[in-house]
Design a protein around this ligand. Sequence first.
Ligand SMILES: Cc1ncc(COP(=O)(O)O)c(C=O)c1O
Length: 450
Amino acid sequence: MTTPWNHRCAQRMQGMKGSAIRELLKLTESPDIISFGGGMPAPEVFPVDAFRAATERVLLKQGQQALQYSATEGYRPLREWIAKKMATYGIESAPENVLITSGSQQALDLLGKVLINPGDLILTEKPTYLGALQAWRAYQAEFTPVPMDQDGLQVNLLEEALTAGPKFMYILPNFHNPGGVTLSLERRRKLIEFSDRYGVPIIEDDPYGELRYEGEHLPPLVVIDSEQCRNRSGRGLEKSGYYDESKPANGNGRAYMRGNVIYLSTFSKTLAPGLRLAWVVAPVEVIERCTVAKQGMDLHTATLNQLIAHEILTGGEEGADFLKGHVRLIRDVYRERRDVMLTAMERHFTTPVKWTYPAGGLFLWVTLPEYLDAAALLKEAVERKVAYVPGSAFHPAGDGHNTLRLNFSFCNPEKINEGIKRLGEVFSEAIERHEGMSNEASFAIRQATI
Ligand SMILES: Cc1ncc(COP(=O)(O)O)c(C=O)c1O
């Protein structure tokens, strides 16, 4: 007899669906599909040689350590490297503020496990990252989405959502996934003011911050939070209460930060997503809870991967910075692909179709006329061997039927041109069909009224 499993599933699994992205990633395995679907880096930019050389060095120098279990918090030298790297952005943290995770996706899940009770409200941007919705739905969270425009989250619409008492806000300030927009400096400051005034902390998810193709770098929310803390106290950051005075400064001379913002980033887009290596920067009490939660999940992130990443990042030598040069190369490749996509869209997309202009990252966001349904049109697109992600997947309430996300990092320029041409045909034909139907309808009405 086979066991009936469905009725044994936990309540939290009811209503949880698989991800449209994951289904689409399956499509990309077929070489004849031009996929603008997944958020995949260009495989051509993976530093394969650097990985090969670093793996060899690690196995030679630290083979036994690399293959052993290790600390849940992560490989200490990598945590130190990350704390130093964060300091270059103006994020003053100690290695004790850093937790290494198996991808940022795990960080989202850990934070869900640590922070969310069933029914808790989470304030998100609208649209927002599908992976966060998936992770937090499992903890039975509810969502209160706030719309965005070309400058990111519309902070003037925040107060109403904040008065509903969300547990935290989930914000992607740089090159939004899926929106492609960036939160302006003025809005970042206002957002932090609101966070402080309403006592609602922020999870800042920043996988794309380094992938800026034009314009000035903007300070992360976690930095603005520390600045506002200093300004409020009028006593300098050291005496502002931003650092935990109950814990002495650590070996690096850095005290433990504790602010209103938890910061997440990842090596997925700058080194390789197959590494599954990311980090959380947060007050120590959050790190400690996440560490306990992580013990129950995977004990620790793969030791071998952490040691290889550290070896690549440092080149085995003090002061070397592999990432800086590598990120420069990635930026050049993606900037070109973004420009090719934007130019092709100008050429092939008809007027009522609108899209965002990304200054960095991997995505842009397309809005079709209200009367079109991007999910229904995806079937026609796939028949023409081109794929995207329908926007409703990124809306907590499943709305946004006439929107979609396009990725521009994965396909080469030739494929981008061809794929956008095909999509342009799908959209134009759908618009023409609708206009034809409206003309017929108005003709019928005219006839009926004559
Ligand atoms: C906003 C955002 N957060 C988290 C992730 C997950 O990244 P990782 O590969 O580190 O799990 C992604 C991946 O695309 C993302 O876009």
